[in-house]
Design a protein around this ligand. Sequence first.
Ligand SMILES: C[S@@+](CC[C@H](N)C(=O)[O-])C[C@H]1O[C@@H](n2cnc3c(N)ncnc32)[C@H](O)[C@@H]1O
Ligand code: SF4
Length: 368
Amino acid sequence: MNPAEFTNPADHEAFGVYVHIPFCASKCDYCDFATWTDRHHLTDAYLEAVRIDIAQEVAAEMAVATSIFVGGGTPSMVPAADLARVITAIPVTDDAEITVECNPDDVTEELLRIYRDAGVNRISLGVQSMVPETLIALGRRHQRANVISAVEAARKVGISQVNLDIIYGGAGERLSDWESTVASVLALGPDHISAYALTVEAGTALANDPARHPDDDDQAEKYELADAMLSDAGFENYEISNWARPGSECRHNMIYWRQQDYFGFGCAAHSHRQGRRWWNLRTPQRYIDAVVAGATVVASEEYLNDEGRRLEGLQLRLRTTEGVPAEALSTADAEELCEIGLIQATVSGWQLSPAGRLLANEVAMRLQ
Ligand SMILES: C[S@@+](CC[C@H](N)C(=O)[O-])C[C@H]1O[C@@H](n2cnc3c(N)ncnc32)[C@H](O)[C@@H]1O
Ligand code: SF4
């Protein structure tokens, strides 16, 4: 893809807002996100604290958001009207992309109408697999049928962008199971698909069960199969794990990969402005207490120096089809990486080749 194709001019002043909802109905075996299954009683106080936190930043002249991403956790399990009040507290541009992550089990037309009326124009469904045995092996509780009805509901209500998250490498997942998952999600007609390699995160149930750990070669084969199937269906890979119909790339995620500014609200949320990074208190109770006490919700911060920021920027852009400028690789490294087929030329530099996307770290180590 020509990098210019998804450089939306309106996004030169991009500013993203992330809102973290730290509640889940059950903990998936592979997940190490800041989420809890035993704190639903905090929901009201938490959403109120997030609204107060946002109002304070708005009063302090927070930039107008070009995108909002409500993630988690499971945003779709908190009362939709209360979540809508949080979303509408954030000033946005007319064409802002506003995404809510949803669990397929929670999605109803009524819920999506409330979201839509609050400006939500994109939902991201955690599908993971369309094969019941693989869903069980991943420790997921939802039903395949609910994925289908959730996408139908989104279309009916007029949510214009639908992303489906899928994971490859669950225990016992055959290549044919993965093929069936990719074919089934394509049949639902989404605008965007994120396909992630199952990753073993320390401290998770999966980490404690080596028999279920994924195999690198198996995952590489599944990645290549997904890439081929998605390309054939008209999707373009624009970041290692992300494919979109042209024009449906996730603007919010592009902010992260382009090192632009974003504010995170809620516990454990991260923020970035001009090389300063900070992150909030990790638990919902501590976050609520800090807001109520009028204290800072920031747990810690760090500053990137110019060189660190430059190098990190290259590493992030390498993940995308925008790629890196020619001078980001020495002539000798570029020649070698081209020869072994890990990178390919763009109009102004280098991007990962399809094979290189599987070995991005090998290329990233050579960036200068
Ligand atoms: C933070 S989760 C939130 C979405 C929502 N709670 C859900 O799971 O349906 C976002 C996505 O990250 C991916 N993910 C989370 N943990 C992962 C892991 N250990 N390995 C690979 N993908 C993971 C899943 O595809 C998931 O849908
Ligand atoms: S993967 Fe999603 S639903 Fe599962 S525990 Fe993590 S945040 Fe919750």
